[in-house]
Write a protein that binds this ligand. Sequence first.
Ligand code: CMP
Length: 137
Amino acid sequence: MERTLAILKPDCQQKKLTGKVIDAILAAGFNIIGLKMLVLKREQVEAFYEVHRGKPFYVRLIDFMLEGPVLVAVLEKNDAVQAWRKLMGCTNPADAETGTIRHAWAETVSRNIVHGSDAVETAEKEITFFFSKSELL
Ligand code: CMP
């Protein structure tokens, strides 16, 4: 079965939405095979979002991810990468479809509640970034 990385971003914790987002993940048929709460360090966030360095939103993105704890999760399901992206909705909540997490709860493109890997190859790298093999069920 395919795996993907989910991050419940600081605004998810700030708005007390963690339970609702996890419920949505389970209701959509994902297995959560790894889960931890982390207070990320600046170097970690910069390394994770290296691909966005230099973009106009980069500094805002890094500062936001340092606002508070995140939950990182490994989700497993057939076609997990695309299924999680579909459940999250568009990056910009203004474009997100009804029934998606970002449509329901995200404020702006900068504060958009959740992250998901964009491809199977990226998912493998992102999972390894946060989890060792022994931390996954
Ligand atoms: P995420 O899926 O975590 O991947 C990179 C993040 O950068 C993205 O979600 C958004 O939160 C943020 N992002 C992407 N595009 C923009 C943008 N145009 N303005 C502000 N933030 C953005």
